[in-house]
Design a binder for this molecule. Sequence first.
Ligand code: ZN
Length: 279
Amino acid sequence: MMKIAFNQATTMKHSTLKKDLELCEKHGYAYIEIRLDKLKDYLKDNTVEDLKSFFDKSRIKPYAFNALEFINFRDEAGCQQILDDLQFLCRIGDVIHCKTIVVVPSFDIGDFTKTQIKEETVKVLHELANLAEPFGVRLALEFCGYPNCSINTFGQAYEIVTEVNRENVGMVLDCFHFHAMNSRINDLQNADPGKIFVFHIDDCEDLPVGALRDHHRVWPGEGAVDLDGILRTLQEIGYQEMVSIELFRPEYWEWDVEKAIKAGKETTEKAVRKFFEVE
Ligand code: ZN
């Protein structure tokens, strides 16, 4: 049984946490992934208790926070900022019962080998996981399918998460990122489904490897990503937790927010139903 989530990036430009929550509840999403910037905006006029009381009286629940960005190869001030944000999210997550945080690797780090990147990222993930553990919070490493991202394939991210070998450290599988740098379906086939904490669904225009960027994303089923291949493999390895629609398309940001939230649900269900029951 797959539960459908909404990632706030999809309506990033003209919506708010409050609006996304109300419309996602109305359209039957099981979960929301809350963006850190949208949360900070929300808390200017509302309290964490307001957010808790919304979830208490609603069907929709929070699934994850997005995202702690650029966690590896940071200077001292950068590391402190990440730790502060992590602490902030752990405390809020404790109140609203949101226990997963997406963490994103750095870009443009210079000429480090894959071994050096692995050592550095394993070290950082342990530091963050130590802080998150007492809160019962899990960290999900999201590789990004850009040539200049320090971790840009499924296999590379999976190797790092395996090396960390902690219950509260796993990864994000994002179909766009998987496709964009030619991640291997065989690596997914051999993965432990328990290490996939978050599954982002999306599709994209048919550009070559290395040329794809977030703004090329389109609704599931309308692009070049082999979603059937990914979904079939997830079904085969026994993953069945959640699927979150996550686009960053400026064209869709200009849509009426409710229309976009509805389209996200419909296109995701259509893609996923071929292989899974949807709740
Ligand atoms: Zn993603």
